[in-house]
Design a protein around this ligand. Structure first.
Ligand SMILES: Cc1ncc(COP(=O)(O)O)c(C=O)c1O
Length: 419
């Protein structure tokens, strides 16, 4: 095993040069340029420490969890449970039993709709989400609208890209049974005013669901302070592996909800007549779990915790402010959002006369990875009057020098397209 794989995370503080050493992929050259990876809202890169934790599981104590009496089974079970505990501490859940491992944020939100929603919603009940949602917090509710006859309402977004709170106040009424909100937008970077919307939900007696896929990688999250009923996230957007995410849910709700998927591991007893359910969180983790991925997510959380979420937030804030100022000075660049309120370093923009896909393709020739498209948020795109944008999304290993490379490349591309 190489020396570098055995390195631990930096002791404290935030040293981006040191952080970058943990991400070997950042040494790659793309089309003869150093890779500038700015597609972090889609998925982040992974540190050696996370990959090594997964390798250790596969190479040293690989076994299925929960069923085996043997040593390997014991070790894997402990490590997998410990990963739940790490996530619970990371978001300040009251108990690790409130953390369900799922495949990703999409599955987490589907789980809420298909279990709590199906069991508790009736025709005419209202679910309110925002126009800023990722499709994963829209489509599951549309499915319930079509099958149960619930009413789905959308909190509008203003032309400068923030939630219309006055409209939210009108939309959330005693008929509202659940309010679902994206904590931070994957298109605009906007960090939404969670407490205001939560208070409106509480006033109506509705549940409050947060989609934290974009927030939890970048800022300290405290689910008790947020006082949300559910919080959904994806491991791969926070340095963890693909195929694993989590849903936090208040224990009182999880206990009364029916299971999501059924079969092995989620039961206490099965007879020909009926079955009873396992304790939390296993009641919601049917079948063989993504054990390596769960352990990898725990290692990613360790990595973030060691760096410190407040340090990460501060570092990215400074980087984002710099990027904002530089992007605003690019002529012919239309930036969406970032006019009011707090935002993450996620920038959606268009270059006059250049299709976003052509722009992304041209940036790739400079080694710069950005996303182009509708970012799985078509209702928001429609509201802001565009079909597609370019999106540059930053993370803890990006630098101001990379902002400069992006801005320089945009200048070159404009010349290339004579835009
Ligand atoms: C805000 C938000 N919610 C949910 C998701 C869905 O994440 P996943 O595809 O990992 O399920 C994404 C992914 O981009 C997102 O940005």
């Amino acid at each position: 095993m190489s020396e570098s794989l055995l390195r631990t995370v930096p002791a404290e503080g935030f040293d981006v040069a040191r952080v970058r050493m943990d991400f070997p992929i950042l040494q790659r050259r793309i089309h003869d340029h150093p890779l500038v990876y700015l597609d972090n809202a889609a998925t982040t890169q992974r540190p050696l420490q996370m990959v090594e934790a997964m390798n250790r599981y596969y190479l040293e104590y690989n076994a299925n969890i929960h069923r085996a009496i043997h040593t390997l089974g014991y070790e894997s079970t402990v490590a997998y449970e410990e990963a739940h505990k790490k996530v619970a501490r990371f978001i300040n859940a009251r108990s690790w039993r409130e953390i369900l491992f799922v495949r990703n944020a999409t599955e987490a939100l589907n789980l809420v709709a298909m279990t709590w929603g199906k069991a508790n919603l009736r025709a005419g009940d209202e679910v309110v989400v925002s126009l800023m949602e990722h499709h994963s917090n829209i489509v599951p509710w549309q499915m319930l609208r079509d099958s149960l006859g619930i009413i789905l309402k959308f909190i509008p977004v203003t032309s400068d890209g923030v939630l219309d709170l006055e409209a939210a106040d009108r939309l959330i009424t005693p008929k509202t049974k659940l309010v679902g909100l994206v904590h931070a937008s994957n298109v605009l970077g906007a960090i939404n005013p969670v407490s205001e919307i939560r208070d409106l939900a509480r006033r109506a007696g509705a549940l409050f669901v947060l989609d934290g896929a974009q927030s939890v990688p970048h800022m300290a999250v405290d689910v008790q302070a947020l006082d949300c009923d559910f919080f959904a996230a994806s491991g791969h957007k926070m340095l963890g592996p693909t195929g694993i995410g989590f849903l936090y849910g208040k224990k009182s709700l999880l206990q009364t909800m029916p299971p999501f998927l059924t079969g092995g591991d989620m039961i206490a007893t099965v007879s020909q007549e009926a079955s009873t359910w396992n304790e939390l969180p296993w009641k919601f983790e049917a079948g063989t779990s993504a054990v390596a991925e769960g352990i990898g997510l725990g290692a990613a959380v360790d990595y973030l915790t060691t760096l410190g979420m407040d340090n990460i937030y501060q570092y990215e804030k400074e980087l984002g402010d710099y990027a904002l100022q530089r992007l605003r000075n690019v002529s012919g660049l239309k930036l969406y959002g970032h006019e009011r309120g707090e935002s993450l370093a996620v920038f959606s923009f268009n270059l006059e006369g250049i299709h976003p896909h052509d722009g992304a393709n041209a940036l790739d020739r400079f080694g710069i990875a950005v996303r182009s498209g509708h970012h799985c948020a078509q209702p928001l795109m429609n509201r802001l009057g565009m079909d597609n944008t370019l999106r540059a999304s930053f993370y803890l290993y990006n630098t101001k020098a990379e902002v400069d490379l992006l801005v320089d490349a945009l200048g070159e591309i404009k010349k290339l397209f004579r835009a």
